[in-house]
Design a protein. Sequence first.
Length: 95
Amino acid sequence: MKFDAKEMGKRIKNIRVKMGYTQEEFAEFLHISREQMIRLEMGKRIPSFLFMVEFAIAANVSLDYLAFGRNISNQVMKENIHAMIEALQKFDAML
């Protein structure tokens, strides 16, 4: 898996549009300039980790989706967590 700034920019733009914000409104909400928002959406600027976290929280998406486009469903996450719990319980019983 490879990080692609242009693809992430497309995801940022799609999310913003789905949320009903203009570039200016969303930039203000995220405490950045409209010019920075434009560069992010075009993939010409790689955002800081802090920005990605704030954006993911505001947009209710995972960092994994934002950075790489992978969308893991809640059901899959639950199944993975349950599998880890079972494995840890088995390991604990062996001790």
